[in-house]
Design a protein around this ligand. Structure first.
Ligand SMILES: Nc1ncnc2c1ncn2[C@@H]1O[C@H](COP(=O)(O)OP(=O)(O)OP(=O)(O)O)[C@@H](O)[C@H]1O
Ligand SMILES: [Mg+2]
Length: 619
């Protein structure tokens, strides 16, 4: 943590109240600067300054912090002794989190340490009582002290109800108390960025139009969440081409944002649709547009929204002057284009890098090279070859050799990756039926009637879940990163306790899965399968790569009936990446020639193969 954690720039409102709660005085700054400072007596203050106004210092004692909407850049701090409330708005969520965490750690670790304070005599003698200096960066020992205080304070169990609740929490390793939110369950990652990631972040902060790519697991989505965390929320829109990807970065789908449906209408009609007041306001307000999984955005749609942006914003710059931050890997999944009613031919989709709009945006392009998902260099090199459609002896041998591997551990079976959601559903249903015992059904309760279909589409959490003892399940939410209860962790249901499933995970931990509140932005729950949403037309280029790159090592992977034709890269994508000078690794000329030249034949064969047999299992 560095000293920037003591600064914050955002919208500021301060209200001083009387005892009856009536506002006596109020100041509002659209853009205020906050700084954490100490006086000579080591007392800590928030110093609020804004243009042409004398700084205001608020003593950080007797405070309560309201941080429920921290991820939307909002929080408030109540100063009990001053009878005043400080409202923070439009703060970059990552910086707000760091700022509040610094306050929390500093105030918690110091509570009761009154011997820090200089005596009144020393204060008077020093003659520097009114000098303030910035607080020092948080130290590890302060973090430890604050942590120790949290656990101590949560161990006291005053009422029988509270003690029952705590027991359940201990048994189930459920949510940490609210204070811990500042440490662990933030959707904004806090690990240091690698050099390449940092370079991208800097370019984004300089306001450049950016496209960053990289193979699977290089931390693209991770970096995107960091970027979102440093941009002002009210003028930043985080989107992704699919609902699930949007959910992972806490955003919405590009379609929801753009307000032109599937973009199939004429440009004039699309402009008319986007001119409706709510959509037009959103378009006009946006200054930074983020799109994850850009490879799945259809080129024609991309061009439409670019034109719509210019017209609605009345600005002829590309995208009407909005800063674009695009991220994705075109070697992974291509655009999904649904056939129109009455079409006899397969729908044609175009990658958005082939459009004029893409060219006009003059995107500064970066490639992330450091793979964070896997450590094994041999496996990484095999994956990189597969990504570009290269299937040489090394690849074939390595993948074929995995077919006899035993990757199951204990009761937890390997996850079979299916090319289509429907196949995953069928497999899950069959496996569940084969288990003895009664099923337990869990139905989701949707707060807004009529949104079930949308919630189903946009989250990985099903509205109805049928489970049995012995069912294989997957955690779809980070519960506790430290104990391995993370999104993607797999387990098996051991029993049902008070109607709730008790799941044993690979690390042998048992966890009672209780009800989770899921909003479209932050989701949670359990599922028994792996979903992937591509058209049923056949296997797409890159799909084998996507499946294989989910595995963490060759040892945790089993590929049955490996067929080199299942691996192919789209020739347009190869051509595009060759024009980006960082991709010298791509050989000149079509790779996996057979696939590229006879793609239609190969596609049929591959499709059949995958319906017959699972391609990949991972543990
Ligand atoms: N700088 C980093 N430090 C530590 N872990 C990181 C870092 N960057 C990424 N990771 C971790 O690496 C893993 C892969 O990251 P992420 O899912 O963002 O990759 P991706 O490039 O989006 O992959 P894909 O192309 O499959 O979507 C995640 O578990 C993430 O937490
Ligand atoms: Mg990603």
């Amino acid at each position: 943590m560095n000293n920037n954690d003591s600064y914050l720039s955002c919208g500021v409102n301060i209200e001083w109240l009387n005892k009856q709660g009536i506002v006596l005085r109020k100041v509002t700054h659209r853009q205020g600067n906050l700084r954490l400072v100490r006086n000579d007596s080591k007392e800590m203050f928030i110093e609020v300054s804004a243009n042409k106004i004398a700084p205001e210092k608020l003593h950080l004692t007797g405070i309560s912090v309201h941080k429920k909407f921290m991820n939307e850049g909002k929080a408030s701090i109540k100063f009990q002794p001053l009878n005043c409330i400080l409202y923070l708005t439009n703060a970059p969520p990552g910086q707000l989190l760091s700022f509040l965490r610094t306050i929390y750690i500093k105030t918690t670790s110091e509570k009761g340490a009154s011997n820090n304070r200089a005596s009144l005599r020393t204060q008077l003698l020093s003659g520097r009582y009114h000098q303030y200096e910035e607080v020092s960066p948080v130290t590890n020992s302060e973090i430890d002290k604050a942590r120790a205080k949290i656990s101590k304070s949560t161990e006291t169990t005053p009422s029988p109800q509270a003690s029952k609740k705590r027991k359940l929490e201990r048994d189930s390793t459920t949510k940490p108390p609210a204070a811990k939110k500042l440490y662990s369950s933030s959707p904004i990652p806090n690990e240091p960025l690698d050099i390449e990631q940092q370079e991208v972040l800097d370019a984004c902060l300089q306001g450049q139009n950016v496209f960053f790519t990289g193979s699977a697991g290089t931390g693209k989505s991770y970096l995107l969440r960091r970027i979102i965390g440093v941009l002002p929320p009210d003028v930043t829109t985080a989107t992704a081409s699919t609902g699930v990807a949007a959910c992972h970065i806490g955003g919405i789908t590009l379609h929801q944002f753009a307000g032109i449906g599937r973009g199939e209408a004429t440009l004039e009609q699309c402009i008319a649709m986007a001119s409706k007041s709510v959509t037009a306001t959103i378009w006009r307000r946006c200054k930074h547009l983020i799109i994850d999984e850009i490879s799945m955005v259809d080129g024609e749609y991309f061009e439409k929204i670019e034109s719509v942006a210019r017209r609605i914003r009345n600005n002829e710059k590309p995208f009407g002057g909005i800063q674009l931050i695009l991220c994705g890997d075109f070697f992974q999944l291509p655009p999904v284009t649904k056939a129109k009613f009455g079409d006899t031919k397969a729908p044609v989709s175009r990658f958005c890098f082939k459009t004029k709009a893409w060219e006009d945006c003059m995107l500064r392009t970066f490639e992330l090279k450091k793979v964070h998902r896997q450590n094994d260099e041999h496996f990484i090199s095999i994956l990189n070859k597969i990504r570009t459609g290269v299937v040489d002896k090394e690849v074939t041998n390595a993948l074929t050799a995995t077919s006899k591997q035993k990757i199951e551990r204990g009761d937890i079976l390997a996850t079979r990756l299916c090319s289509h959601t429907k196949d995953a559903d069928i497999t899950n249903e069959m496996k569940l039926k084969a288990l003895p015992g009664e099923s337990q059904v869990f139905e989701a309760q949707d707060s807004v009637p009529g949104t079930t279909a949308q919630l189903n589409q946009q989250t990985t959490f099903p509205s109805r879940l049928e489970l049995k003892v012995g069912a294989q399940v997957m955690l779809l939410k980070n519960i506790s990163v430290g104990t391995g209860l993370v999104n993607g962790a797999r387990g098996v249901i051991k029993t049902f306790k008070e109607g709730l499933p008790v799941v044993q995970f690979r690390n042998k931990r048992e966890y009672v899965a209780s009800h989770e509140k899921v909003t479209i932005k932050t989701a949670g729950g359990l599922d028994a399968g792996l979903r992937r949403d591509v058209s049923r037309e056949g296997l797409e280029a890159g799909q084998a790569y996507v499946a294989l790159s989910r595995a963490q090592s060759l040892e945790s992977l089993r590929v049955l009936d490996f067929n080199p034709n299942q691996v192919w890269a789209n020739p347009d994508v190869l051509k595009f990446y060759r024009t980006l000078d960082f991709m010298q690794i791509i050989p000149v000329g079509p790779v996996n020639k057979q696939s590229a030249s006879k793609s239609s034949n190969v596609k049929k064969g591959v499709t059949k193969k995958l319906y017959d047999k699972p391609l990949v299992s991972i543990s």
